[in-house]
Write a protein that binds this ligand. Sequence first.
Ligand SMILES: Cc1cc2nc3c(=O)[nH]c(=O)nc-3n(C[C@H](O)[C@H](O)[C@H](O)COP(=O)(O)OP(=O)(O)OC[C@H]3O[C@@H](n4cnc5c(N)ncnc54)[C@H](O)[C@@H]3O)c2cc1C
Length: 340
Amino acid sequence: MKYDVAIIGAGPAGSSAAKTLSSSGLRTLIIDPCDRKKVCAGILTAQYARKYRIDETYLERELKGVRLSFRDIKAEITYKNAVEYSVDRASYDSFNLSEAIAEGTLLKKDSALSIEEKDSSVVIRTAKEQIIADYAIVAAGVSDMSRLCGGVEKYAFCVQQKKALKPDDYFEMNLMRGGYSWTAPKRYHVITGTTSPVNYPDIPGEKGLIPLGPVKKTYSRRYLLAGDAAGLVSPFEGEGIYYARRSGEIAAEILSGAIAGKNTLSEYQARWKKEFDFFSLSVISRMLSNDVMLEAFVRAVRDDGRFNKLVEGILIKENNRYVKDIRLLVETFDPLIRII
Ligand SMILES: Cc1cc2nc3c(=O)[nH]c(=O)nc-3n(C[C@H](O)[C@H](O)[C@H](O)COP(=O)(O)OP(=O)(O)OC[C@H]3O[C@@H](n4cnc5c(N)ncnc54)[C@H](O)[C@@H]3O)c2cc1C
């Protein structure tokens, strides 16, 4: 059987692409071995909650805001009009996959080994068979398969641990040069994690990789890269689930359009670039690239109400409000940038 679209990977990017394609009547196949545990803090942001429904089946806790710290300086941002969620990632992923299957997506529990673009189809090989489709979406996260397809190039190394500590309703981020560590509250315990730009931190726990920015080209002749495979993770605070889900949907819309002869695959890149403001987020994260700036940032969040509100805007990404307010960030940090 020839499929309209074959999707490699059933994380948030692959499952949401599959759901969108199947619901518009296209023959859609999703390939995933479904045997790996996704290492993730499981925070669904306010931006995510505004766009998508949160289901009780995977919900662990509602979060009121974020606590930031740098060394012994601590600041708290309590969201005024937003809430974030802590979820169980395995249940979240199987919920999304089941929604795609309910729309008619077929699932093959297998691993893709290669993808070959022909004139009018793609051929995906697994150890057992070859799968033929008109188009494909590579949503295989940070993996060899994604790299083989020109995907994710740069990433940070993370280690996560489950700890039997009393959770509360704030996500905690301890900022440090080139990364951060975090505490994510779950229903009855917390998950702590640490990132490093160069190698896995030397602590016990589960290991995972977070992309550090989009790849240059997220489309090819017959396939698109979505989610982590395309490096679509916020460069500021590592949010990836929202961008995976949304880029999967955009990829599905572009492929539906291509099948109907309405657009080309290259339009995908322009669409997500227009929608995701990674530029401002990476400017902010570059500003915070040394200890003097990090200290000034956390002090400003703690002591200045206007600045606290601005950082709330950056974190919840409401109407990209922070882009307008970025002047305040520059004003606050300009004298420091000159000194350093
Ligand atoms: C430690 C850590 C904590 C994080 N915490 C958060 C957080 O709290 N909030 C947030 O928003 N983001 C977080 N992220 C980022 C987030 O997890 C990712 O951005 C998101 O999972 C990307 O979704 P995806 O669908 O692109 O890829 P993935 O979720 O990685 O899914 C990829 C899928 O592809 C499958 N696959 C891989 N290779 C193949 C192959 N060859 N053939 C078939 N299938 C294949 C895998 O089995 C997997 O199911 C975190 C990341 C890490 C590492």
